[in-house]
Ligand binder design. Structure first.
Ligand SMILES: O=C([O-])CC(=O)C(=O)O
Ligand SMILES: [Mg+2]
Length: 627
């Protein structure tokens, strides 16, 4: 036997196979060769097929492993001499990177605040991760996934807000695709420049309303990138199959246009038919090459967010994250807050909700909460009576002298009383809401007075300042707890530290759509649902409270833990596929089979498709082979 082993192992082909079995190694090889050991298909190590070799491979962050390339890979992928000889394991690479991430080479004061309201240390950390992503995506996602609660605020809200504000200054190398108004007529061809033949998810923005930071033009691409980082880390989309996109139709941001470093179009934003024609062209181009991709619309301003959603939602696998993802998140948060109080979903109908911010996100939230009330047993008309919506001009009533769009109008208070334009504090004093939601993106609107009233009128006031990033939030956790005597059930769009109050620690939750959009998109993609219905969104919202640990409910936590984000996305994806099945929208035979077998089978089907950031042996094949 030993002789046979030696002979086999001496063939160079087999030696390479041995080296390329990092998970099983020689041990597994021996087992495999021992007579009598049954052959198990699972013993086969997966490989990744690449089309590159040599220096091109090292420069491709999707496949580059740096010092972790195995000896045989270095040989057969023409890497010898292009890397230092010493081979480092992924664990060692992680350790080296984390040292850089934690301490930096130069100490930067942690509390120095920059223009995006984040600290300079956040910015430094963002740069460490960004550079890593540009070199080695497998390692980047390993680290992001293993440190998700710490790093989500760096690659995503709030630090991504700073990155968008400064995208034009930070720009070094391209990521994603750039389309602009001058590409009219060319987009169907341009889309073929993207190197991947398969794309499962696309996030597109026109930069018109980035977080609560306003019109950032082309700089908005940063948000498409940040969202897709979470698609990969939180839901297991493959990094080679996600595509961040910006559509630059001009900007009204004169500060950017006057900046010589700005790299977007120096023109006013397109509007009206011209605007819709160009968005139509881009959507057609993207969906004709990638018909199975989920299309997420991100940070479009109110004027276009809803019309675009209505335009495409029946024919395309698409959703608007701000309108729908944020809405499902808010519903989940209110259900979570009810669960904290030992109440069930039906109590939603009894909530009195004051919501400030009548933009795309605010109206999406109002509508979804009203749909939740409808589902819990009251009429939609009755549900509308539970809402007071305010914008920059105060409380919105049917007496509003200026024109309101259709959705906002449906939430206008139908009262003859003279309360049009009432301030937030007046409304809160008069109507005694149980829930306060902020989506205005205008900073500290939940003043001490407003918060104190919430505390006076409720045993457990529900306070949700959902604007992003941090400095655009309506209040922070400390302000909410101080003003309410530590009784607030609190959730904010960007993360807030827990609060020390009268000798105890009060937990803060994060009400961010990242608990919804990755799982929603995963379910829709794997189910090939063709459309994303309101009921699928509601199913996502209803799935979330059941992921909160009982001990966390005791601590007033209203969302699942971020360290379990993969599991959360799995549960959301399952709920979405099941609901789609009920509505007859599941187009994937494999998903159907799993659905009809059992929940375990469905979970296994989804998990099997989730990307794990591990180094697999790379095989380089010439273009044309296996295509
Ligand atoms: O990106 C975020 O953190 C949430 C979001 O969609 C927004 O605020 O527009
Ligand atoms: Mg957004």
């Amino acid at each position: 036997m030993a002789r046979i082993m030696r002979r086999i192992a001496s063939s160079s082909l087999v030696r390479r196979q041995i080296e390329d079995l990092p998970l099983f190694g020689l041990h597994a090889f021996r087992e495999f060769c021992t007579p009598g050991t049954p052959y198990k298909p699972t013993d086969i190590t997966e490989v990744d097929i690449v089309r590159k070799r040599g220096i091109d491979l090292l420069h491709d962050p999707l496949w580059n492993k740096g010092t972790a390339f195995s000896v045989s890979e270095r040989e057969r992928l023409e890497l010898r001499g292009l890397l230092p000889k010493k081979l480092l394991s992924m664990e060692t690479q992680v350790q080296r990177l984390m040292e850089d991430y934690e301490y930096g080479r130069d100490y930067i004061s942690a509390d120095h605040i920059t223009d995006g309201g984040v600290t300079r240390d956040h910015v430094r950390r963002w740069k460490v991760l960004q550079e890593l992503q540009d070199r080695n995506e497998t390692l980047f996602y390993r680290i992001l996934l293993d440190n998700f609660p710490e790093m989500a605020p760096i690659v995503y809200t709030p630090t991504v807000g700073w990155a968008c504000l400064n995208y034009h200054k930070l720009y070094r190398r391209p990521r994603g695709m750039y389309f602009d108004a001058t590409d009219k007529g060319e987009m169907a061809a341009m889309v073929w420049n993207w190197p991947a033949n398969e794309v499962d998810a696309i996030v597109i923005t026109d930069g018109s309303r980035i977080l609560g930071l306003g019109d950032l033009g082309l700089n908005g691409l940063g948000i498409s990138i940040g969202k897709l980082d979470l698609y990969v880390a939180a839901a297991g989309f493959h990094p080679s199959k996600v595509l961040p996109v910006v559509l630059d139709v001009g900007t009204q941001n004169m500060g950017l246009r006057d900046d010589p470093l700005y790299i977007g179009l120096d023109q006013d934003r397109l509007n009206g038919d011209e605007y819709y024609e160009i968005v139509d062209e881009l959507v057609r181009a993207l969906t004709s090459r990638y018909p199975n991709a989920v299309l997420q619309f991100e940070d479009f301003n109110m004027a276009h967010a809803l019309p675009l959603l209505e335009r495409y939602r029946e024919h395309h696998l698409c959703f608007n994250d701000d309108v729908q993802g944020t809405a499902a998140t808010a519903v989940a948060g209110v259900y979570g807050a009810l669960a904290v109080q030992g109440k069930d979903f039906s109590e939603l109908t009894k909530q009195r909700i004051v919501l400030i911010g009548a933009g795309s996100a605010g109206m999406g939230v109002a509508r979804m909460l009203a749909l939740g009330m409808l589902k819990q047993g009251i009429s939609y008309e009755e549900a509308l009576g539970n809402f007071w919506v305010l914008d920059a001009d105060g409380l919105i009533t049917i007496k509003r002298p200026t024109a309101l769009n259709h959705t906002v109008k449906s939430f206008a208070r139908k009262t003859q009383e003279d309360v049009e334009g009432e301030t937030l504090v007046e409304t809160v004093r008069r109507v005694k809401p149980t829930v306060l939601v902020g989506l205005a993106g205008a900073g500290k609107l939940f003043t001490e007075e407003v918060l104190t009233l919430m505390g006076q009128n409720n045993e457990r006031p529900i306070i949700m300042p959902m604007s992003n990033p941090t400095h655009k939030m309506e209040c922070n956790a400390e302000e909410a707890q101080k003003a309410t005597g530590g009784r607030a059930i609190f959730a904010s769009g960007s993360p807030c530290a827990d609060v020390q109050y009268e000798g105890r620690t009060i937990k803060s939750s994060q009400a961010n759509n990242m608990v919804v959009f990755p799982g929603l998109a995963l379910g829709a993609h794997l189910g090939a649902t063709g459309t994303i219905t309101d009921k699928m969104l509601m199913a996502a919202a209803e799935a979330l409270p059941s992921c909160i640990l009982p001990e966390d409910l005791e601590l007033d936590i209203v969302y699942p833990r971020l360290c379990d984000i993969r599991d959360v996305s799995l549960k959301v994806a399952m709920a979405v596929i099941k609901q789609a099945h009920e509505e007859g929208h599941v187009g994937s035979d494999k998903a159907l089979k799993a659905l009809e077998t059992s929940d375990e089978e469905l979970a296994a089907f989804i998990k099997e498709h989730m990307y794990e950031p591990v180094y697999k042996p790379l095989v380089s094949l010439p273009v044309g082979v296996l295509e």
